[in-house]
Design a protein around this ligand. Structure first.
Ligand SMILES: Nc1nc2c(ncn2[C@@H]2O[C@H](COP(=O)(O)OP(=O)(O)O)[C@@H](O)[C@H]2O)c(=O)[nH]1
Ligand SMILES: Nc1ncnc2c1ncn2[C@@H]1O[C@H](COP(=O)(O)OP(=O)(O)O)[C@@H](O)[C@H]1O
Length: 185
């Protein structure tokens, strides 16, 4: 059975780091989604995201799409199929409305990880260290979506596997266990 690890949580919590680890250690491909936000330092078009403008974004056909802060984001079932063509286990980073859409469509095929940290000040520090544009950091921290995603939404609690990403070694041990479990079942 094809399966997908869906990763959600606030900005700076480690979603991309988790997805990169799964890719590098286990060749678990990430479903590449589309966004209208500007590219950050170190990001690559077609790998991190497909970077769009409002016009090109309008023309795409999405399974689900959202506005997050000042920008648009969207994902297609075709992109998921492309990842599954490579490996029957894929990963996907989406915010919580996206999580709901995928849980409704794919049910048991989804393993949902909600990432968090003990102290939210850690998030700001990580965004600065990541080298994000200071203005973009302020805009993100002030957005309603960022504030919403600081806490797991009650309606997703049943399906979520909550993972505290404070210590990377512990996170990696947890991920190794999850991959083993999903590969065996
Ligand atoms: N619903 C949905 N959310 C997405 C998609 N792509 C990215 N996101 C979410 O958009 C939010 C903002 O992503 P990004 O600007 O890369 O910021 P980051 O959280 O700091 O890495 C994150 O919560 C992502 O999970 C998508 O295709 N659909
Ligand atoms: N457990 C951790 N401890 C310390 N730094 C981390 C940890 N996990 C991720 N980071 C760093 O925090 C920053 C934000 O991580 P990232 O994966 O880009 O977050 P997100 O995709 O959720 O916005 C990156 O610079 C990353 O290297």
């Amino acid at each position: 059975m094809n399966k997908i690890i869906i990763i959600a949580g606030p900005s700076g919590v480690g979603k991309t780091t988790v997805s990169n680890y799964l890719q590098e250690k286990y060749h678990i491909p990430r479903v590449v989604t589309h966004t209208t936000r500007p590219m950050r330092k170190g990001e690559v078009d077609g790998i991190s995201y497909y970077f769009e403008d409002d016009l090109s974004f309008e023309k795409l056909h999405f399974f689900e799409h959202v506005r997050y802060g000042d920008y648009q984001y969207g994902s297609s079932k075709e992109a998921l199929q492309r990842a599954w063509d490579k490996n029957n286990l894929a990963s996907l980073i989406v915010e919580t409305d996206g999580v709901k859409s995928y849980l409704e469509a794919l049910g048991e095929q989804v393993y949902f990880i909600y990432l968090t940290v003990k102290d939210f000040d850690t998030l700001t520090k990580r965004l600065i260290e990541r080298g994000d544009d200071p203005l973009e950091i302020q805009r993100r921290l002030n957005s309603a979506e960022f504030k919403r995603d600081l806490h797991l939404r009650p309606e997703l609690k049943k399906q979520a596997h909550i993972l505290e990403n404070d210590n990377w070694k512990d996170t990696a041990v947890y991920l190794d266990r999850v991959v083993k479990m999903l590969s065996e079942n």
